[in-house]
Ligand binder design. Structure first.
Ligand code: ADP
Ligand code: MG
Length: 222
């Protein structure tokens, strides 16, 4: 295991491309979740947004001198291409993720943890939702809290694995909730028993970072 994982621009490029692949394979599933308690477009929204990112990736990559610039441009594509609530929310995540590492071309795992924190804070600022409002934050917040506490641990893969487990559990925790934000709010008690679509897409998208980290660490260990 490498002592300090350095994640470079290429790492974030690969992760974004994998997120685009995931958005294709999960499109119908995320959309079905949204059909139950929303308007049935969540998977479609993300697939349109991430298709935009992958289509422009070569240009984005070569025109971005550092990681924050690449992520900001990707976020702006989500913001501009996605009609639903999730476009501006995920857009804000990527646009603000680079704030703690301005100008950097490579980051440590600890800095990466700060980036995830900054991104999730941006979702909170934009959407003004709180824990237990039955949104993507129910998945993201428990993981981010753990990640912040453990960002200096040596075994970064274990930390990331646990982060994702907590996010996954957070998504499952939305099932019994009444929604306080988003379209599902209108359903009141009728939303009880359905998982929030954004909580499911968010833990799955964050899992792409975990998978990318595993690949990166396998390479770094050689
Ligand atoms: P829309 O609701 O406009 O159709 P999507 O279907 O793409 O947009 O996304 C819905 C998801 O967005 C919800 O499942 C929820 O997780 C998330 N969401 C909606 N409003 C908020 C908010 N204010 N804060 C955080 N997440 C939200
Ligand atoms: Mg929707």
């Amino acid at each position: 295991m490498a002592e300090k994982a350095m994640l470079d621009k290429q790492f974030f490029k690969e992760a974004l491309l994998k997120m685009a692949e995931l958005s294709e394979t999960q499109r119908d599933y995320w959309t079905a979740l949204d059909s139950a308690i929303g308007d049935g477009d969540h998977g479609i929204n993300l697939s349109i947004g991430f298709r935009g990112i992958s289509a422009q990736m070569d240009e984005l990559y070569s025109s971005s001198a550092d990681i924050p610039t690449l992520l900001k441009k990707a976020g702006m594509i989500l913001l501009s291409k996605v009609g639903g609530a999730s476009g501006p929310l995920y857009g804000s995540f990527f646009m603000k993720m680079g704030t703690p590492v301005a100008g950097k071309e490579a980051v440590t795992f600890s800095e990466f943890a700060d980036m995830i924190q900054a991104g999730v804070t941006a979702i909170q600022v934009r959407g003004k939702a709180e824990l237990k409002d039955k949104t993507m934050l129910d998945a993201l917040l428990p993981g981010v809290e753990y990640l912040q506490t453990h960002k200096e641990d040596a075994d970064v893969l274990s930390v990331m694995e646990q982060t994702i487990t907590l996010m996954h559990e957070g998504a499952d925790s939305t099932i019994p909730l009444i929604a306080k934000k988003g379209r599902a709010m209108r359903l009141g008690e009728r939303a009880v028993g359905a998982k929030d679509p954004g909580s499911e897409s968010s833990w799955m998208l964050m899992n792409v970072f975990y998978e990318a980290l595993k690949t990166q660490q396998a390479g770094a260990a050689v």
